[in-house]
Design a protein around this ligand. Structure first.
Ligand code: NAD
Length: 396
């Protein structure tokens, strides 16, 4: 069979497994080419199958020699027209590359919000992972969550208090259009906090602490986004922004609960990058094609692996932590730089439905990064024709 790109709006509906393998390898090679650092040795990544979570896993494994456990929600191959998700293949090929270097790379595929998953991971840490972890990265992005009591919550990407309109980009039709997003209802805001807030992060930590599997000086991080003023109406001041604010309270409670083992929970405010989750945020794409262009010109454009590697090496485990007044780590400072943002706004205001694909924007880079997420247009050695049966033999 041949891997062929199919898309619906800003969602890729197909995957090239061997493109994903090469993309994982490219990210690993990026980290291997950088200096090693003294960081995590035993890391658990919740949401480690793609983008920021996968980058965290790669940065730990190949930057500081960590054994890793990944929890993710992905699908494997069923039939030729449904060969599963990119994250399924990222997990498999990451494991193969890590094992070649003598590292443990365990994949758990299922619902990370559930008690069953937490118990399975804890059992594995005790029985097969040396008994303790020193880092937990919480990098989950989801549209829904079933909580402890069996209630299903849905997250929303909508603003609060008012409808918001702005230009967005449809990557399938390659058109810029006006998108209007309705104000979220109070129930939608509550649901978003339940799904994308810190409640489940706290539950993971509570169970891991009770099980005695957290090492002294344990660290845990959760990725947040703030962004510049021009994105606040539909992000920071919207339902997702509210959920992110709530994670700061969770971080404080986690740190307090882990005092006796000198552990710390940190909110890392990461930069805007192209991921499965970010490309469907209303109105954000037009900002991204302006931002990337300016950051490229300034030599500061980063993909997730570049951003997370730098954050871990210099900030989380290094001597140059950039904390803000709320104690959050701010690797997004390059994106938020005032002069950068002045240039981004200037460029943003020149972008129209007629000209957005021209080379004065980073549209081409944005689209390429999007395709790379599903194994298309990846640099290097990709195979796009393979027997379907071969995929069935790949095990997480
Ligand atoms: P992503 O969609 O690429 O990854 C989400 C991960 O969550 C995947 O590994 C997926 O398998 C996993 N997942 C989803 N539901 C799950 C479930 N029920 N159980 C277990 N795993 C599940 O998303 P991303 O953009 O890398 O986002 C990760 C985090 O980074 C989010 O908290 C997001 O808000 C934050 N962040 C993203 C950006 C950005 O620009 N993308 C910027 C700053 C912060």
């Amino acid at each position: 069979m041949k891997a062929q790109l199919t898309m619906k709006g800003n969602v890729a509906r197909s995957v090239n497994p061997y493109g994903c393998r090469q993309e994982v390898l490219n990210e690993i090679n990026y980290v291997k080419a950088q200096p090693k650092f003294e960081g995590a040795k035993k890391a658990l990544i919740i949401g480690g199958s793609s983008s920021y979570g996968l980058s965290s896993r790669i940065a730990c494994a190949f930057g500081s020699g960590a054994d890793t456990i990944c929890v993710s929600f992905e699908r494997g191959p069923k039939e030729e027209s449904n060969i599963g998700t990119a994250g399924w293949y990222n997990n498999i090929f990451f494991r193969e590359f890590a094992e070649k270097e003598g590292l443990i790379a365990k994949n758990f595929v299922g619902d990370g919000f559930s008690l069953e998953m937490k118990e399975n991971v804890i059992r594995y840490i005790k029985e097969s992972f040396g008994g303790k972890i020193d880092l937990l990265v919480y990098s989950l992005a989801s549209g829904k969550r079933v909580d402890k009591d069996g209630k299903t919550w849905f997250s929303s990407l909508n603003p609060i208090g008012q409808d918001v309109s702005g230009e967005s980009i449809n990557l399938e039709t390659e058109e810029m259009y006006i998108q209007t997003v309705k104000a979220a209802t109070p129930e939608e805001v509550e649901g978003t906090i339940k799904v994308m807030g810190g409640e489940d992060w706290e539950w993971w930590i509570e169970l891991l602490r009770e099980a005695g599997v957290l090492a002294d000086n344990f660290k845990t991080v959760l990725y947040s986004y703030i962004g510049p003023k021009m994105t606040h109406a539909f992000y920071h001041d919207g339902a997702l922004g509210k959920a992110k604010d709530q994670t700061e309270e969770s971080a404080a409670r986690i740190t307090e609960s882990l005092k006796s083992i000198h552990a710390k929970a940190t909110i890392v405010v990461a930069k805007a990058v192209t991921t499965k989750a970010s490309v469907v945020i209303p109105i954000l794409p037009k900002y991204l094609i302006a931002l990337y262009k300016i950051m490229e010109e300034e030599g500061t454009h980063e993909t997730p692996v570049m951003h997370i590697y730098r954050t871990f090496r210099d900030m989380l485990y290094g001597n140059e932590p950039n904390y803000d007044e709320k104690g959050r780590l701010r690797p997004d400072s390059l994106e938020q730089n005032a002069e950068t943002q002045r240039k981004v706004t200037e460029l943003f205001n020149k972008i129209t439905a007629e000209n957005f694909k021209e080379d004065f924007t980073a549209y081409k880079l944005f689209k390429k990064e999007f395709l790379n997420l599903n194994g298309f247009e990846v640099e290097g050695n990709t195979i796009d024709e393979f027997p379907f049966e071969e995929l069935l033999k790949l095990e997480p």
